[in-house]
Design a protein around this ligand. Sequence first.
Ligand code: FE2
Length: 170
Amino acid sequence: MFFYRVGQFFKAITAKVTEDDIIFINNYLSHKEKELFFKLKVYDQKHCIDVAKDIKIYFQKNNIKNEDLSILKNDLIKAGLLHDIGKIKKNLNPIQKSILVILDKFSKGKLKNLDNIKAIDIYYNHDKEGYKLLKENNYSKEFLNLVKNHHNYDIDSVEINILRASDDKN
Ligand SMILES: [Fe+2]
């Protein structure tokens, strides 16, 4: 766990969005969505790109078709790109994030009670913030629920499990 965290930390501070990533993003996001997406910190952008790319690879490897899902494959990839969009509200830098993760561990999850502190609030609530940001637009209910519930393990579906598996890997 410790080495995983250290790895995540270095990944975060060295993150870079490549030309290849931009081409990938252009395939899935509208102009308006890109405006939102690029408000994320670069390491959050990179995380979301990696999640979305892994979803695409999963589809290819498992020969998943649109009919196998309750939303279009491209929309699930788009959800990969936008699932953390709530983080644009208040971003933590990698150091703050590492501190929070450690504090949360020592407080055995009690940190959640302090959610009047804005940064902690977003750390725990970026899923709901993302949902609030996107719900004004014409997304399907399924799509919005993916964003809202991507950390809610009480909610279970084929689609959210694909998103989560990819999120956990990155
Ligand atoms: Fe998230």
